[in-house]
Design a binder for this molecule. Sequence first.
Ligand SMILES: [Zn+2]
Ligand SMILES: [Zn+2]
Length: 403
Amino acid sequence: MKEALFKKILIVTAIFLVSHLAIEVDSIYAQSNKGGYIDTHVHLNVQSMQRGEQQGGDKGPGFQKGPIGRPRFLRGGGQRMPRGTQTQSGAAANYDTAANQLLAEMDKYGIEKALIMPPPQIPGQRTVCDYKDLISVSQKHHDRLFLVAGGDTLNWLIHQYKPTEVTPAVREKFEKIAEEIIRTGAKGFGEMAVLHLSFTSHHVFEEAAADHPLLLLLVDIAARNDMPIDLHMEAVPEDMDLPEGFNKISPNNPPILHANIPAFERLLAHNRKAKIVWQHIGWDNTGYMTIELLRRLLETHPNLYFALRVVEKRQYDTAGRPISNRIVDDSWKIRPEWLKFISDFPDSFMIGTDNFFGSAIYGPGGQPLPQTMKETWSIVDQLPPELVEKVGRDNAVRVYHLD
Ligand SMILES: [Zn+2]
Ligand SMILES: [Zn+2]
């Protein structure tokens, strides 16, 4: 009983703190003459709307049948669409609804602009988001929503071919798709995945060499066109056993994770003109996303940028241990070592919440997945004024050419 009461008090305190911090974020936005914040990483999900599936239920709309007849899990928002939305037909109307949800949330947190993109997708997986559907959304809201593309097409090819299988014909195909993306006016390439862990049996595991020949090719294309690459990668400095708990939550995860940091450094060194934005910094699932590692990487690689993310579910990892290397403490206060780290590299950090908008998506047991908007933007408000503008806006404007 006592424990339950204590838990309740903790939850109420957390809700109060977070809503209080969100108000502070708004007030800073209102005072700014330079324009609002920029979120460099969000997704729109319309899958269950397109399929006309019922919301809720045992599995929830995040579980959808893939091409192999197995339900497949999609990550995301947890917000329900208004009644009646599901009867609308056509992807465009669904994307409109998802975009309006996103815009309403952006207004709430003082976010002026956001980059929308397909999540990283691989062969054997039904397309969850086609970047071509996002073009019209970004055109319709051309002053606020900007396209990043390749997660559905370029990432697919990187994971389809082993490094030794990349022939000139494969390279040509890859380059052709990249050129199509450039012609759309996209602001970057993404979401690309080097290591993406699976969180349920219906959620994909993705692993590719960070110096895969197609990624090296993408770096050259990105450099030529001054378009950054948006990257999803768990930190693995040396080969390691799958972190405890991940074998229990999904059979898709392999027992060994291969080192990716050495190859990632080769990717960064391959062409210094290419900017790489490593997303989800602060969301550490291997225990190796340490400030020490990240600091060394920034000191060595001037073309590397970090996008910060704080998730709602805060204290425990999949094995029930405290989450490693979090940016905030249990009171949502930014930890002094992170503040020092960000202050030491004021031009290298930005924000990428990785929140999904549109159809509701649920995790195992029908639980909504952790949210990130409020939690992530709350840390920006805690930064000193000169860092608020750089991390919240200016660095993203410069790297993605959003002015
Ligand atoms: Zn990601
Ligand atoms: Zn993402």
